[in-house]
Design a binder for this molecule. Structure first.
Ligand code: FES
Length: 137
C-alpha cells in the first residue's frame, strides 16, 4: 500500500507524529470519544484533532499555539477547555477565548480523512466562530 502524496496541491499535508511518521486515521479514531489528539500539522505546527460524539473527526483542527505569546497548552477534559499554562488564557472546545489575556481565537485548519490518513489543509475562508475573515490569513 502506498499512502497518498504527503503534500497536496492545495497546500495540505498528511498528519504526522512528532517523529515525522504518518499517523493512520484508524489509530486516532480508536481513541475514546472526546479525545483531543495532538499531531504535527501545517508547517509543523502542533494541531489538536477532536473525536466527535459520533466517533468521527471534527472538521476543524485547532492549532496548539496560544494567541497571547505563543505557548503550547494542554486540553483540560474536566473543564472542557484548552488552558494555557503561561499566563492563564482559556479557550473553549472550539478555540474561542473564554479568558484572556489571549486576544484572539485559536487558529483553525481543515481536517479530512483521506483513505487511512488524515489530511490537514489551510483554513482561508471566514472563521465560522466569528463569521469574519480569519486573523491568520
Ligand atoms: Fe498563553 Fe500568555 S502565552 S496566556
Amino acid at each position: 500500500f502506498i499512502p497518498p502524496s504527503d503534500v497536496g496541491e492545495d497546500g495540505s499535508i498528511l498528519a504526522k507524529d512528532v517523529n515525522g511518521n504518518l499517523i493512520p486515521a484508524s489509530q486516532i479514531l480508536a481513541e475514546p470519544i472526546g479525545t483531543r489528539a495532538l499531531v504535527a500539522g501545517l508547517a509543523g505546527e502542533p494541531t489538536y484533532l477532536t473525536i466527535k460524539d459520533d466517533g468521527t473527526l471534527h472538521p476543524w483542527g485547532i492549532v496548539d499555539n496560544c494567541t497571547h505569546l505563543g505557548c503550547t497548552f494542554p486540553w483540560n477534559g474536566n473543564e472542557n477547555q484548552f488552558q494555557c499554562p503561561c499566563h492563564g488564557s482559556r479557550y473553549d472546545e472550539e478555540g474561542r477565548v473564554v479568558r484572556g489575556p489571549a486576544p484572539l481565537p485559536l487558529k483553525l485548519a481543515h481536517i479530512n480523512v483521506d483513505g487511512d490518513y488524515i489530511r490537514i489543509s489551510p483554513w482561508t475562508e471566514n472563521d465560522p466562530r466569528t463569521g469574519e475573515k480569519p486573523w491568520w490569513v
